[in-house]
Design a protein around this ligand. Sequence first.
Ligand code: SD4
Length: 329
Amino acid sequence: MKKSRRDFIKLSALGAAAVPLNVFSKNEFDLILSPKNKPIVLSTWNFGLKANEAAWEVLKNNGRALDAVEAGVKVPEGDPMQRTVGLGGRPDRDGRVTLDACIMDELSNIGSVASLEYISHPISVARAVMEKTPHVMLVGDGALQFALSQGFKKESFMNEQTKNEWKEWLKKNDYKPVVNIENHDTIGMIAMDSAGNLSGACTTSGMAYKMHGRVGDSPIIGAGLYVDNEIGAATATGHGEEVIRIAGSHLVVELMRHGNSPKDACKLAVERIMKLQLLRNKNLKDIQVGFIALNKKGEYGAYCLQSGFNYAVNDNTGNKMVDSDYSLK
Ligand code: SD4
């Protein structure tokens, strides 16, 4: 039977309505529709506890996850005693403190800065890149120029201990990243707000005594951080080169999309890194990588390569540290 024009219009309208249904898998629907533990925020390492408190102030007042993660990671960024994040961080081998950061919201808006000097809140510069430029990433001098144009102030606060350690390091000049530096390292933070929206932020001074210009995973969307508002969010810490090699945080989110719990997704990503290390004849003991992940139900988990990684979780039951499970037992 020949279809009338009116039938065709009806069918097209139905077809258009059906499209969104077809693009979600059953697991995606389960994640979107099931009851949620929200708001919730989690972040890497011991300093996550204080950072979560700042994020919780935003979340408990029905604020946006994006504002929460920015406020949260600014706490260690602004602390001159933190020697792995912000301007208090250890320098590169030329004695320059270069900072990496990125941010991602529920609409997949992204912003990032890498190798940024003299600015105490790189995460806020990353957010300005996201909101005020047509780009997603600025590096080095360009990032600094942009930050200054946005009213950020030039600062420097390498402390005496950091200076002396660097001078000591120069004597041997041997680049061997230390695993689990002082039990705090990069801060990666992921959160779901009371509207059920996800965002994440990640900020670091990177590996101590790296080559000048070296960029790790932390400012790279998909490596150090990834958010998919239909599925979940993940962030990474540890040896950035290994995280970049597997596009780690994106991989964790995709593994959750395919039905894995947050912890299992992190574990599978760590195992992939391990496999590649072994294939390339590298020693597993020389590196640490850790992931934390959160899904749309507010379920969370973490996994790392070797012991010593922990993370902080704040939900309606309170703020606490959790030790991550690990592979090398
Ligand atoms: C980097 N992932 O620059 C960061 C540093 C870090 O534990 O997290 N170290 O590679």
